[in-house]
Design a protein around this ligand. Structure first.
Ligand code: BES
Ligand code: ZN
Length: 934
């Protein structure tokens, strides 16, 4: 075991060496003016530390430029005569260094060197800055408001009367604060910020802190001065100038919460206010640490690239992530808004109060925030049944983690593109899933008190992966330890040993196996009488054990796996931690069946032997409720994962889901249906007429009862509503005549009322989709798209428009998305995906991406959410070797640009997976269907 740890640490050390090597001073770095730049690394030196920023900023919403000045108090830790800090696309007008009495060190204007490749500038001081002293940097700067979605950027919206209005807003994470002000733009440099903003009287200004006072400064301008912030990282700074309206409320602990939106959407803010109030109160209690600012704003910004952003005290959202219209938005829209708020509010602790030291540990922010979405909603909104979605989070993570192109949760990220790419399913979803496993292992109380300890220990400062593991368990005396307390013994001999079920577990060592190595374990189980012979290996989806590369891909992989299992006779929770390649478990009695990984609380996949799968298939057939819905869903998931990996035959998996006819829980039902639907989509795009037809017939026959049972209304609990939304959308997609008829009828009455009657929100998207299939319906929906004042409604219109089977219409949509007026640029990545998933559109979308690549990268920088959605959304629709070659050729042609992108590996490996799936399973699918349909 220690060997593993050593290997992992060694690997990490190697990465560090590499990174500093590639940055080592070579003396070759030249500034824009030809003079040598004094610093050659991507990361700033650690001996000049910002303490307090005084920022004045003035955006002009007519000229669409901003000017600003910043005075930065710095601590100097080593003697030096220059200061390096970040700045990107800013014009620096003046730079000076002041002493602690704010006296100029020289009368001369100091020269500023720029090194754009590292987004840095250097200021030379006329005098040595001495270690231990305090100084001030003073800079004046300006730039156009940025065009995209980063830095200090412009956004627009249209009023009902058709007037276009401007606002200016910020998005800094991870590395764009440097586009709005010169600053030390790394998470470790926490400082206080005092912000002043100039604006005209028709606008308001917002920033992280409450307004302290407003002064009139002449020329018709006002200056809003904000209170000094707490110590925080630069990426959390935010300011906005706009003409929005707000609603406000106060938490029990006196925090003022406001929701801001464009004036005409003001009535859609009610729900968010209630949710934010309740969730903030929940977190204050759960973390037992009060939210430290007097106010928290949530604002819906009309142009926004990500889903939302956690700026301290001024969280920003896409309109669809914050605004909720009870008449138009669906049950899933409401859940989404609640989850996003739960996520960003969790960041106020995980991320803002305690921040990762560097981006390699981004999961400490995002994995926790993703996990807390579930913890908080389950407590505050039990009726939303958020736990129904948790398994999907882990399934998503597994999809990525079972390919060789995955990465460890903590991985090297140095430059801005690599850092952007850390915001992926590994940091978010795998992070959340291993936290869930840990919480089950430590108990809810143990987990909660552990993370409270972590939050307290690192408040207003930064933490690494290992700091979390060190904080989770309290330290105790030898006696307490021996008495079986949950604690680390303070005595050296048993240090780090965690007392657990009679075994001594090193929690840190265990968690390193989940965070420092990539991949997910597969546990194989052979069951003989009362013995379970178990083994662990790395689960790989497209490499079989007889593949020559198998062994090298397995080598060195080992996890410490908390095992749990259920049998026909009892539950065995936390029976054992598997720390070796194989082991034997003895059951207390003879049993009829065994199911490992209860409720899928652990992050691993199980493969049973013939007898084991048979027993479980039979159990589902005769008495499926003997297993929890999570167990049923995870069995379905495991079986189809193993099919993809070539370890289980498709027939066996299809037989396993044969019981779904009597399944009533939405989670396993949607899990099984989802697989069938994804096979259908894959085969449909390959134009294999007989299987496409038979699979469609099979799904419609076999699930007819569930489909026919659905009402076209918004009745029922959230889980019923979710099932209805999915099932009816599938049925209409498969051209089920009763579905099409009903949808068409609803569509016609909606058109007759000129869009004034409200359709049941959960089925409205399906209704529009059916309506969009003829010319007049499509034109009508496009017109409505332009007029709607509700973003969730617009996204349903767009999805309907993109489902048209007319390729000219699809091209037109893509053009509109590129143009960015009627369809905002922020929606282009999801539009491209919508077109690509349409069987008529998948070549069209790819063609569009290759033709417009340069423009797309200009709008969505390499590594960003947007460009990744575009790549994954188009490429993963492919499933033939010719298509794969085309994709590879394209990326080769722009290799210089994209060589560092992980997402390309991920996308191409997914195509290989599709190809492999078809070659392994197409024939069995054909015969299986023929047998069932005869
Ligand atoms: N911190 C992120 C925002 C972010 C995303 C910054 C990507 C830089 C790059 C924020 O907390 C977040 O995770 N937003 C999610 C939405 C949320 C509900 C998961 C997003 O934008 O998708
Ligand atoms: Zn987040």
């Amino acid at each position: 075991m220690h060997l593993l740890l050593v290997i992992l640490l060694f690997l990490e050390a190697q990465l560090c060496v590499q990174s500093s090597d590639s940055n080592s001073p070579s003396g070759e770095n030249l500034s824009t003016n030809g003079l040598p730049f004094p610093w050659s690394k991507v990361r700033l030196p650690n001996y000049i530390v910002p303490v307090h920023y005084h920022l004045l900023i003035h955006p002009n919403l007519t000229s669409l430029r901003f000017n600003g000045s910043v005075k930065i108090e710095i601590d100097v830790k080593n003697n030096t005569n220059w200061v390096v800090l970040h700045s990107k696309n800013l014009r620096i007008f003046t730079a000076t260094v002041l002493d602690e009495h704010e006296a100029h060190l020289s009368d001369k204007v100091l020269s500023v060197l720029e090194y754009p490749a590292h987004e840095q500038i250097a200021i030379f001081s006329p005098k040595i800055l001495t270690s231990g002293e305090k100084y001030f940097l003073y800079l004046e700067f300006g730039a156009p408001l940025s065009d995209g979605f980063y830095g200090f950027y412009k956004s627009t919206y249209k009023t009902k009367e058709g007037e276009t209005r401007f606002l200016a807003s910020t998005h800094f994470e991870p590395t764009s604060a440097r586009m709005a002000l010169p600053c030390f733009d790394e998470p470790i440099f926490k400082a206080n910020y005092t912000v002043r903003i100039r604006r005209d009287p028709s606008h308001i200004a917002l920033s992280n802190m409450p307004l302290e006072q407003t002064v009139e400064i002449g020329n018709g301008l006002f200056e809003d001065q904000f209170e000094v912030s707490v110590k925080m990282s630069s990426y959390l700074l935010a300011f906005i100038v706009c003409d929005f309206r707000s609603v406000s409320g106060m938490t029990a602990t006196g925090i003022n919460i406001s929701i801001y939106a464009v004036p005409e959407k003001w009535h859609q803010t009610r729900y968010a206010l209630e949710a934010a109030l309740r969730l903030l109160e929940f977190y204050e209690q759960y973390f037992n640490i009060l939210y430290p600012l007097p106010k928290l704003d949530l604002i819906a910004v009309p142009d926004f690239q990500a889903g939302a952003m956690e700026n301290w005290g001024l969280t920003t959202y896409r309109e669809t992530s914050l605004l909720y219209d009870p008449d138009i938005s669906s049950a899933s829209d409401k859940l989404w808004v609640t989850m996003v708020i739960g996520h960003e509010l969790a960041h106020q602790w995980f991320g803002n109060l305690v921040t990762m030291e560097w981006w390699n540990d981004l999961w400490l922010n995002e994995g926790f925030a993703r996990y807390m979405e579930f913890v908080s909603l389950e407590a505050v909104y039990p009726e939303l049944k958020v736990e129904d979605h948790f398994l999907d989070t882990c399934f998503g993570a597994i999809g990525r983690d079972s390919l060789n192109s995955s990465r460890p949760i903590s991985s090297l990220a140095e430059n801005p593109t690599q850092i952007e790419e850390m915001f992926d399913t590994v940091s978010y979803d795998k992070g959340a899933c291993i936290l869930h496993m840990l919480r089950n292992f430590l108990t809810n109380e143990g987990f909660q008190s552990g993370i409270i300890r972590y939050l307290r220990r690192f408040s207003y400062s930064n933490a690494r992966n290992e700091d979390l593991w060190d904080s989770l368990i309290k330290t105790c005396s030898e006696e307490e330890f021996t008495a079986g307390e949950y604690c680390y013994s303070s005595t050296q001999a048993t240090k780090n040993a965690y007392h657990f079920a009679g075994e001594h577990i090193d929690l840190k060592e265990m968690m390193y196996t989940w965070t420092l190595q990539k991949g997910i374990p597969l546990i194989t189980v052979k069951w003989k009488e009362r013995k379970l012979y178990i083994g662990q290996e790395r689960f790989l989806k497209i490499v079989l054990p007889d593949d020559p590369s198998w062994h090298s891909l397995q080598e060195g992989y080992l996890w410490h796996i908390p095992l749990s299992y259920k049998t026909s006779h009892s539950d065995y929770e936390k029976k054992h931690i598997l720390t070796t390649k194989s082991d034997v478990l003895t059951l207390d009695e003879e049993v009829d069946w065994v199911k490992l990984n209860s409720d899928m609380n652990g992050y691993y996949i199980i493969h049973y032997d013939e007898e084991g799968w048979n027993a479980l298939t039979e159990l589902l057939r005769v008495n499926h409720t003997a297993l929890s819905f999570k167990d049923r869903a995870s069995l379905i998931h495991n079986a189809f994962q193993l099919v993809t990996a070539g370890r289980l035959s498709l027939n066996r998996a299809l037989d396993l889901i044969g019981y779904l006819k009597s399944e009533t829980h939405n989670v396993p039902l949607l899990q099984g249906l989802g697989y069938l639907q994804s096979f259908y989509k894959l085969i449909e795009k390959r134009n294999i007429a007989d299987i496409t037809h038979n699979l469609k017939t099979y799904i419609l026959q076999y699930f007819r009862d569930v489909i026919d049972k659905q009402s076209w209304s918004d009745d029922g609990m959230v889980s019923d509503r979710r099932l209805r939304e999915e099932v009816l959308s599938l049925a209409c997609d498969l051209d089920y005549p009763p579905c099409l008829e009903k949808a068409k009828k609803l569509y016609n009455s909606w058109v007759e009322s000129n869009g004034t009657i409200s359709l049941p929100t959960d089925v409205s998207e399906t209704v529009y989709m059916v309506g969009a299939q003829d010319d007049s319906g499509w034109a009508y929906l496009l017109e409505k798209y332009g007029l709607s004042m509700c973003e969730t409604e617009k996204s349903k219109f767009l999805s309907a428009l993109a489902s048209s089977k007319d390729s000219e219409k699809l091209s037109r949509l893509l053009q509109l998305g590129m143009d960015g007026t009627l369809i905002k640029t922020q929606n282009l990545p999801s539009l491209i995906y919508l077109v690509a998933r349409n069987p008529v559109g998948h070549f069209l979308a790819w063609d569009f991406v290759t033709k417009h690549w340069d423009e797309l990268v200009e709008k969505f920088p390499l590594g960003s959410f947007g460009i990744r959605e575009i790549i994954v959304g188009t490429v993963t629709q492919f499933s033939s070797t010719e298509e794969l070659r085309e994709v590879e050729d394209f990326f080769k042609s722009i290799t210089e640009q994209v060589s560092q992108l992980r997402v390309i590996q991920v996308a191409t490996e997914n195509v290989e997976k599709n190809i492999m799936w078809l070659s392994r399973n197409l024939e069995s699918m054909r015969t299986w269907l023929q047998q069932r349909l005869d």
